[in-house]
Design a protein around this ligand. Structure first.
Ligand SMILES: C[S@@+](CC[C@H](N)C(=O)[O-])C[C@H]1O[C@@H](n2cnc3c(N)ncnc32)[C@H](O)[C@@H]1O
Ligand SMILES: Nc1nc2[nH]cc(C(=O)O)c2c(=O)[nH]1
Ligand code: SF4
Ligand SMILES: [Mg+2]
Length: 239
């Protein structure tokens, strides 16, 4: 069973969410069941880039992870596209055998039995500004598939007031999940304009706005975090 791979890169740091700052190698799969309006990785989403995605088996992916990590065990972060669309059981089994840990980023639209083999699962359901709909049944199937042995966290991207209200309501339904709020990058690079950068002042203003909302509302459970890799490298790819 082959895995559609868009890119494998690192080591870098996890720039987002509960594991922010952790050294990691990224394995980015190709193909997604969503098409978010502000997606920062459309080259791993849109079917027109299919020819750029390589079919690899688990052994081939791990050979590249090990080359990049210098042969040391490392945190491997699976992202995409939607990595939940891929057959990853063998990668997780073999990789764990080699001492690696595995985290995954997914929007919560498709559950797989192998979620229970992950060390960490970041669920990032999409707010109204994305143009995508939230499906509660599918999201809860992902939680159930992760089970008790996988650490699950919630990472919600916030672009505007409507997203913020949506996030408050959604998070209240899942009080057990660690919660990260991430401001939306309003001008991510696109396949047409890969060199597009975001004004750091603008990113900072979005972050400040979100911090002020959370503190004004005494929403003390929420952790507000920037995309650290965007602060460091702006919209560069492969970092
Ligand atoms: C590119 S997605 C890939 C994994 C999966 N499809 C998902 O959405 O969780 C990884 C993370 O980047 C976030 N993201 C994508 N575009 C963004 C943007 N313009 N600003 C902030 N976060 C963004 C997504 O919400 C998700 O949490
Ligand atoms: N450094 C870094 N951290 C990230 N966290 C989530 C990413 C993603 O694109 O899924 C990402 C990424 O592309 N780079
Ligand atoms: S679900 Fe993730 S990868 Fe897919 S379009 Fe949305 S942000 Fe991009
Ligand atoms: Mg990214």
């Amino acid at each position: 069973m082959s895995i559609a791979i868009s890119e494998i890169f690192g080591p870098t740091i996890q720039g987002e969410g509960r594991l922010i700052g952790m050294p990691t190698v990224f394995v980015r799969t190709g193909g997604c069941d969503f098409r978010c309006s502000w997606c920062d990785t459309l080259y791993a989403v849109e079917p027109r880039f299919k020819a750029d995605w390589r079919p690899m088996d688990a052994g081939g992916v791990l050979a590249e992870v090990n080359r990049l990590s210098g042969g040391e065990p490392i945190l491997v972060t699976l992202s995409g596209g939607n990595p939940a669309l891929q057959p990853l059981t063998e990668l997780l089994r073999l990789g764990h055998g080699q001492g690696h840990a595995f985290a995954m980023e997914t929007q919560g639209s498709k559950a797989q039995a192998w979620f229970g083999m992950l060390d960490h699962l970041t669920l990032s359901p999409k707010p109204p500004s994305s143009g995508m709909a939230f499906n509660r049944e599918r999201f809860e199937a992902c939680l159930a598939a992760a089970g008790a042995d996988t650490q699950v966290s919630l990472k919600l991207v916030i672009a505007d007031e409507a997203d913020y209200r949506w996030a408050r309501a959604l998070a209240a339904d899942y009080p057990q999940l660690p919660l990260v709020l991430q401001p939306c990058n309003p001008t991510p690079a696109t396949p047409e304009q890969p060199e597009l950068t975001t004004d750091p002042e603008r990113l900072n203003a979005r972050l400040r706005w979100l911090v002020e909302k959370v503190t004004a509302d005494r929403w003390y459970r929420a952790r507000v975090l920037p995309q650290l890799h965007v602060l460091i490298w702006n919209n560069e790819r492969g970092v």
